[in-house]
Design a protein around this ligand. Structure first.
Ligand code: CO
Length: 239
């Protein structure tokens, strides 16, 4: 790969900004007024994953948090503040947890040979691997094992989202965003929706809203309310 120099990067930026301004003189004025992004994206720090490029989305559409192996850490103040801001202030409609195949963090967790801070950071994924080792090790190739661990990791991180106070507060107030679990396949450039069901987690008995959610779901079904525009895993939450 030919890498751009710093001078190239700055030059490209100035050219791009001029083109944007020419195409729409209000473009940057509009951006500078604030943001109301519908999405929060939690992804890996990997340099090969610029989501805006892969999804052809525009500045202002996606609020972003990235770390090694796209983890939803319950002790990371950086992540938790991003999540809280996205839910309570930006009122994002959807949270996307996006893993990817060929992830160095997943490989490190799988091999268990990394040392230092990265090893500590990916330890929850190492534990996940050890929990599911029998199932994972049956897969025919190393690539298949790593890909499956990447998918299991996304599922775990989606589950972790429902353990955060930001998410629980949103559930209590009936304003919880939808949550999606994706993996991006760098080999094809395509995103795969893992179709992770979140019902089991937001209806956990320890969540005080569980009973009221079940009741509102029964009401919706009983009254034949048209909820077809509401994503499947949110039916009963959004009214
Ligand atoms: Co990665």
């Amino acid at each position: 790969m030919n890498y751009h120099s710093i001078a190239d990067i700055l030059h490209n930026n100035h050219v791009w900004a001029a083109q944007q301004h020419q195409a729409d003189p209000n473009y940057f004025e509009s951006l500078s007024r604030g943001q109301t992004p519908p999405y929060l994206y939690i992804g890996c720090s990997d340099s090969r994953l610029p989501l805006t490029r892969f999804t052809q989305t525009e500045p202002g559409e996606i609020f972003v948090h990235r770390n090694i192996a796209n983890q939803v850490s319950l002790t990371d103040i950086n992540f938790l503040s991003v999540l809280d801001y996205a839910i309570a202030h930006l009122h994002v409609q959807c949270i996307i947890v996006c893993g990817h195949y060929y992830c160095g963090g997943i490989q490190a967790a799988f091999e268990g040979t990394t040392t230092g801070l990265v090893d500590s950071w990916v330890n929850p994924i190492r534990e996940l691997y050890l929990q599911k080792q029998e199932e994972i090790d049956q897969l025919p190739s190393r690539e298949a094992k790593l890909n499956y661990l990447a998918e299991l990791n996304v599922e775990l991180q989606v589950k972790n989202l429902y353990q955060t106070s930001a998410m629980r507060n949103a559930l209590r107030s009936g304003s919880a965003p939808e949550v999606r679990g994706w993996v991006l396949d760098l080999h094809s450039g395509r995103i795969k929706d893992l179709n992770i069901s979140t019902e089991a987690w937001y209806l956990h008995p320890s969540c005080p809203t569980s009973q009221s959610l079940l009741e509102s779901r029964a009401l919706n079904q009983g009254s034949n309310t048209n909820v077809s525009s509401v994503p499947g895993n949110l039916q009963g939450i959004r009214k």
